[in-house]
Design a protein around this ligand. Structure first.
Ligand SMILES: [Zn+2]
Length: 480
């Protein structure tokens, strides 16, 4: 026992939650706090702690008594297999016992060991007095390096204090549960973490009560997107998605990260009306024949954010290609796209302004055409930088010779030229050419330009109406 500490101090300490550097412990601590009716782990009183632990024990006993994970009310028992394998609530030998014996076994498992048996070492997570060594029955150990580095020879697990053990016992309440690997959303933004976990606890307590799993998850990444888009305050840190299983059949842990600027951008696009308008188009831009747009968007956000504006550009050019019309949502999507390149990709605002100035000139020239042929010509140069250079140079001459443009800026400034065609420093030139095309469409949309030869396809387009699939529509409805 700790030197100089009275039994009462220790007793109090072992009923006080502490946040550690371990993301899963943190998610569990927030879940336990929520079960105790507190907003934050530090605010949980020893009495609140006891009540929350009692609640968890009662849920475990109730689940174990079902004895069959395949029954609808067996979901919590099934969940326990991927959090607490071989434990007193799900081990075969246990489940053969009487209700009373099962009850007693689970209570014993969820009761702190007597101080006399404490190992005299510190908790590896918070540094307080440990009450024992804990293995995979209580703690997801997929982070095996932590396990290896801190486990003394002959000991079966991590030295942990009781509140840290209980944080892991509360972990399933704070996760999105699938019956298979679980999904924990973590952030160092404490307010956001509290918000996410508390919502998850409510959902899981409902599931325990009615005994059935939540709706199917479209993709693990969508869980994060969902939480971000419903959250009302600015994000102060990025978010991590931890997908893990502690199951006997294999311990796994995948971590996917989203940096703060992108997390904040995704959140804000649902709150600011002028950005939100483009969100439907952003989803449409990510629809593939096999998956809804929300899945494509969420996956790109986590794994390849630079593909987000590229998908927008491809979507707009495809739509133009098919119809010869400036897409109705060109301006809305362009606005989203430009906010993305400034806030997430950190493009200089002055550079974007150069590209947009060129786009304004190009759009003005194009808008004097009665046919869409010239815009098609421009579109076809997107993947051929020499041809685009030649095309823009021809427009620049036309621009300069036009008396209306006397005294105005050249169509193509030297900086714009560099951004579009210089490949010596980075590989952004093809991307800048896509941005230019988006900006041209945005301008033409603003000028309300409609080529005469587009009339025949207009009807067809109206019918097409860019319909979203069932999953995306449902997703958007959830946001209202
Ligand atoms: Zn601890």
């Amino acid at each position: 026992m700790g030197g100089g500490m009275s039994v009462t101090d220790l007793d109090e300490q072992q009923r006080r939650l502490v946040l550690t550097a371990h993301p899963l412990q943190r998610v569990g601590a927030y879940a336990l706090a929520d079960l105790a009716g507190a907003r934050r782990p530090e605010e949980v009183t020893p009495e609140g702690f006891d009540a929350a632990v009692a609640k968890m024990t009662a849920d475990a006993i109730q689940a174990a008594k079902v004895r069959d994970t395949k029954r609808p009310e067996g979901f919590w028992l099934k969940v326990s297999l991927s959090f607490f394998p071989n434990s007193k609530m799900n081990h075969n030998a246990q489940l053969k016992k009487s209700d009373e014996e099962l009850d007693a076994g689970i209570r014993e498992w969820r009761t702190p060991p007597e101080p006399a048996s404490w190992p005299g070492v510190r908790c590896v997570l918070c540094g307080r007095e440990a009450v024992g060594f804990y293995g995979k029955v209580d703690v997801p150990l997929a982070e095996s390096h932590l396990y290896r580095n801190t486990t003394p020879r002959g000991h079966a697990g991590l030295a942990l204090c009781w509140p840290c053990v209980c944080s892991f016992h509360a972990l399933p309440y704070g996760c999105r549960l699938t019956g298979g690997p679980s999904i924990a959303l973590h952030s160092w933004d404490e307010r956001f973490l509290a918000y996410v976990v508390s919502g998850q606890v409510d959902e899981n307590r409902r599931i325990i009560a009615v005994g059935q799993p939540a709706d199917k998850i479209l993709a693990r990444e969508v869980v994060a997107l969902d939480a971000l888009r419903h959250y009302g305050k600015p994000l102060t840190a990025g978010v991590e998605l931890l997908v893990f299983s502690n199951n006997n059949k294999g311990q796994t842990l995948d971590i996917h990260c989203l940096e703060q600027p992108l997390a904040e951008w995704l959140r804000r696009t649902s709150q600011q009306p002028e950005l939100r308008q483009g969100f439907v188009s952003l989803l449409l831009a990510h629809v593939t024949p096999t998956s809804p747009g929300v899945v494509g968007l969420a996956r790109n956000a986590f794994h390849a954010p630079e593909k987000i504006p590229a998908a927008c550009a491809r979507y707009l050019t495809d739509r133009f290609d098919r119809s010869g019309l400036v897409p109705r949502d060109a301006a809305d999507l362009a606005r989203l796209c430009f906010s993305f390149v400034i806030e997430v990709m950190r493009m200089k605002e002055s550079d974007l302004a150069e590209l947009r100035a060129t786009a304004r000139g190009v759009a003005l020239l194009l808008s004097r055409e009665s046919s869409g042929g010239k815009l098609r010509e421009f579109n076809s140069t997107l993947h051929d930088q020499r041809r685009m250079q030649d095309w823009l140079r021809r427009q620049a001459v036309e621009w300069k010779l036009d008396p209306k443009n006397k005294g105005s800026q050249p169509l193509l400034s030297s900086r714009a030229f560099q951004l579009l065609f210089d490949t010596s420093t980075d590989n952004q030139a093809p991307f800048h050419r896509q941005l230019l095309f988006i900006a041209v469409l945005e301008e033409l949309h603003r000028l309300d330009w409609c080529p005469k030869d587009a009339a025949e396809v207009a009807k067809e387009i109206a019918e097409e109406s860019a319909a979203l699939g069932v999953d995306d529509t449902k997703y958007l409805e959830g946001e209202e």
